[in-house]
Design a protein around this ligand. Structure first.
Ligand SMILES: [Zn+2]
Length: 63
């Protein structure tokens, strides 16, 4: 299954698409891809890891 997560930062809209076997797997993969994106593009993102986790869980979409 494919899952989509759109970066929640204003004026970004970066899309992360991952291939995952389950919701839990997708959350992990999106978190990893998101951390890389945040490090590169939003080094001062005012969101901690737990908040990011909540956002991924509530906002990711199954494609
Ligand atoms: Zn972004």
């Amino acid at each position: 299954m494919q899952y989509l997560f759109v970066c929640p930062m204003p004026n970004c809209g970066h899309e992360v698409v991952v291939e995952a076997a389950s919701d839990e797997d997708a959350v992990q993969k999106i978190m990893m891809a998101g951390a890389e994106h945040a490090k590169n593009v939003h080094p001062n993102m005012p969101v901690n890891e737990n908040e990011m986790l909540e956002m991924v869980k509530t906002q990711m979409k199954k494609l």
